[in-house]
Write a new protein. Sequence first.
Length: 319
Amino acid sequence: MKINSISISGLLTLNMHALNNEGTEGNYLQTRMVEIVDGKGVAYSVNAISGDMFKHIQAEHLNSLAKEENISLCDGCSINNPNRINIDNTFISGFADGAKDAEILDKVLERCIGDDAEGILITQEIGKKKRAIGRKSIVEFGWAIGEPEKTKTESYFHVKFDQTERASGRGDEKTGANIGQNIFHRPASSGRYAIVLNIDLCRIGFNDITRKHSINAEERKKRAKIVLKSILATFIKPEGAHRNTQNPHIVDFQGCIAASSTMLPAPTVSALNEDYLSTIGNICSTLNELSPNSITKWEFKSLDGFAATIKDILEELEI
């Protein structure tokens, strides 16, 4: 099955997580809240997990899977450094004076699946010339937004127990050091979160300057499979803040996957729209009328159903 792009729309149910937080005020840790408007125009303030957080989770899974399957990574991605190929000194110093941006981007795509799939902005001096070479990510996550009335956040009391300091209360008042018996309040959120994401598999290894692929079809297919596996891993194990004591309870994941074999995009509709599944289905039907057999849609009703669908796609995948 040839696939140019994939979209995922769904509802992820998590309990007692603190994956994404704003910061602290005093001894209170503040969770991430966003303002949204529902389909009826009613505004709500709800807990959310940023697309940046999900992208970070997915990128770490991608790098780990790439290592396991001997797919090329730059020095930065191999250690999950957010600067990626910008800290790969061997790569940066490997160009002749006056090297063109297109040539550099070709080598970036050949060198590393991380920079290829996740995107990069190269801001180094290469070939005695200051550069600003952008590579747009092929994976796009939206915010995971809590459903109004179905997502709640509470703050819970915690204490760092220190037997030797029980009588003296909290840490060192002069230095502010984190010693002694400290009390703090940490949030935990539970609810159903609307998920949207797009994956442009056709852009794997694609040089946006020359408008040609920089790697061969076999390598592109290998990378596409790693990308899809990393998406699956993201929902099986969503990394994030406070997992050491607030590992999220993953209750359910339901929704749909749409795939396009042409340059018509795979449709995405937020699950904040209660009719999102039927709306996506109708869009798929319309697109198939415009371009026959271009869009395929799979619905899944559970996390294991999602995993099985990704497996089926991987077994038939062509790009």
